[in-house]
Design a protein around this ligand. Sequence first.
Ligand code: PEP
Ligand code: MG
Length: 292
Amino acid sequence: ATGTAPEADNGSLRTADGSQVLLSINVNAPDEVDSILAATTAGIGLMRSEFAVTSLGDAANEEKQFAIYRRLLGWADGRAVTIRMLDIGGDKPLSGLTEAPSLRGVRLLLARPEIARVQARALLRAAVFSNLRVMLPMVTFPSDVDDIRQIYREEASELARRGVPHRIPPIGMMVEVPAAALMLDRFESADFFSFGTNDLAQYLIASAREDADFALYQDRAVPAVLRLLSQAVKLAGGKPVSICGDMAGDPARTADLLAAGICHFSVAPARLPAIRSAIVGLNADGTKAAGE
Ligand code: PEP
Ligand code: MG
């Protein structure tokens, strides 16, 4: 451990046997960060932009989006800020946009590229200021990432032509569709991966998150989700891997997730203390520390 901050107050923790674990936060509404000290986190592991961009008007508003992303980067003060592009559809409908059930997340962005392009420009411009990472929702096929990358290249050229400062940020993906998790070694153009266990569970067990009984099904899905996660980590080829689904914020699962090879957790702010104390009481392989 380096630095002067006590480890318990830092987003970079160590397991009982000294392995580094990163602990980031999930952010829905941007003002949620106001009550959190950035220095107690490793940054933002998931910003659900669909909670800040909630209308077709917002989706077309590059300046509004730019201001939101800049503000989060300012808060993070150099720590990583992972903005997920709009995840519209499924359990997060937006009227006027979500007619076909299979058209959600990145697939919807590619079907409505005018929306993806506005967000890409806002993110390209914000990336100049600090440590921004872009994450794609509901990626299913490698071409989903390639096609979005192409949009970033084109919008970057357009900004360059207009003399607008910009930078192409790292572009990673949610791993929340079982077909993507199984084939993770094929996603060459993704810079990083983050497991979304909420959608992964729903699609693994033929269930729906909107159902009243989903929590019951989800509990029973845990062994299957964990097996898929540990296989997928091995297919990640050494690229950065994190988990931002709700399972990351459940201290009863921390040992299993460490054992699966995950050492970056992104959790709702309220879950930080519980996950911090779970991590320091465990070894890197998920076994209990001596004396615990
Ligand atoms: C998930 O699916 O696990 C996830 C983190 O994304 P969301 O809950 O926003 O769908
Ligand atoms: Mg999801």
